[in-house]
Ligand binder design. Structure first.
Ligand code: TRP
Length: 336
């Protein structure tokens, strides 16, 4: 029988996740974490490339960790840690840099996109505004993954190239040093389409970049306000309605249980249920799910909560694993 596979993923630490992130990333990841050996880390050194405000960086890392815990991540089962707590990641990044072709990095999507933006704006130096952190991003990500000897990396589709690069880089290392040590070559696990279609409060796909998102943990009155802003047509209360054309109903479908959804569908189709009442229903469902989580989140965000101890414990377990990998790597490459 094959050894159990290790699932690992890095979580970006840019602000509070929203309902779309919950359906698309957090909920499936929590389900996976119940079934597999898993390691989730907060990619704070990746964030350093764009976040220059120390207070914000510190806050975002705690906030994202608190969010995952409040949503039900079990820190006993899943190793939850900060990337920055594991210095072996950065040591391995240096080693991997020595076996990675620069040309590979030249072709990385994020780097190419930055150059394209400069070209479009008529900026002569296409590397203007590109720092080495952005250029090296794929190498650091490979180090995140390989240092833990991860097998499966669940990520969004936009991360596919990064996983391919990681496999490539592992291949180069294994080719050169395989006699001493070889990394397991990881695979990506990508979500099925569907869930990314969660509508935002303007009816378009929910996304921070459209500023149409509903953050996970809002005070009740703000949540109610956002739900009220979702556009609806002017069909009168008593008229029959097509639930599937309504963004409010689509949101409800993702969060209410099947019975409740079916009952609402029936009432809309029969006529007699207005959009206002549907919005109350959606608010009620969201508040029922996220209200209790929000209390947990707020408690974890208190300055002396158990959050820091949880992250410290995760860091110790992650480091033990990373140290073991680095010992093998060092011996394989000839660094005592
Ligand atoms: N690049 C990933 C993202 O943008 C975050 C990340 C950093 C990551 N390191 C990782 C994901 C390692 C998986 C494995 O979402």
């Amino acid at each position: 029988m094959a050894a159990t596979k290790t699932y690992l993923t890095g979580i970006q630490t840019s602000g509070m996740p929203h309902l779309g992130n919950y359906i698309g990333a957090i909920r499936p990841a929590l389900e996976a974490a119940r079934e597999h050996d898993s390691m989730y880390f907060l990619a704070d050194y990746h964030s350093l490339n764009s976040v220059r405000d120390p207070a914000k960086l510190r806050h975002d890392v705690r906030s994202v960790a608190a969010t995952w815990l409040a949503c039900g991540l079990d820190p006993e089962r899943t190793v939850l840690y900060r990337q920055s707590s594991v210095p072996e990641v950065f040591e391995l990044a240096t080693v991997l840099g020595a076996v990675t072709a620069k040309g590979l990095m030249n072709r990385a999507h994020a780097y190419k996109a930055a150059r394209d933006r400069n070209a479009e704006a008529g900026v002569e130096d296409l590397d203007a505004g590109v720092n080495m952190g952005l250029f090296n991003y794929p190498v650091l990500m490979a180090a995140d993954i390989l240092v833990m000897e991860a097998d499966i990396v669940p990520v969004g589709r936009d991360q596919r190239q990064h996983i391919e690069y990681t496999a490539d880089i592992a291949g180069s290392f294994n080719h050169l040093y395989g006699a001493g040590y070889a990394f397991p070559v990881p695979e990506g696990a990508f979500p099925e389409g569907e869930s990314s279609l969660l509508p935002g409060i303007d009816g378009r796909k929910m996304s921070k970049s459209y500023d149409n998102h509903i953050p996970l943990f809002l005070p009740e009155n703000r949540l109610k306000k956002l739900v009220r802003r979702i556009p609806t047509d002017s069909t009168p209360v008593e008229d029959p309605k097509d639930p599937d054309t309504s963004a409010v109903f689509q949101l409800l479908e993702h969060f209410a249980d099947a019975d409740r959804t079916a009952a609402v569908r029936k009432r809309l189709e029969a006529g007699g249920m207005g959009w206002g009442e549907l919005k109350n229903e959606l608010f009620d469902v969201l508040n029922g799910i996220f209200g209790p989580m929000r209390e947990r989140y707020d408690a974890l965000m208190e300055p002396d909560s158990e959050l820091d101890a949880i992250l410290e414990d995760g860091a110790e377990r992650a480091r033990a694993r990373a140290r073991a990998t680095m010992a093998k790597v060092r011996s394989a490459i000839g660094i005592a």
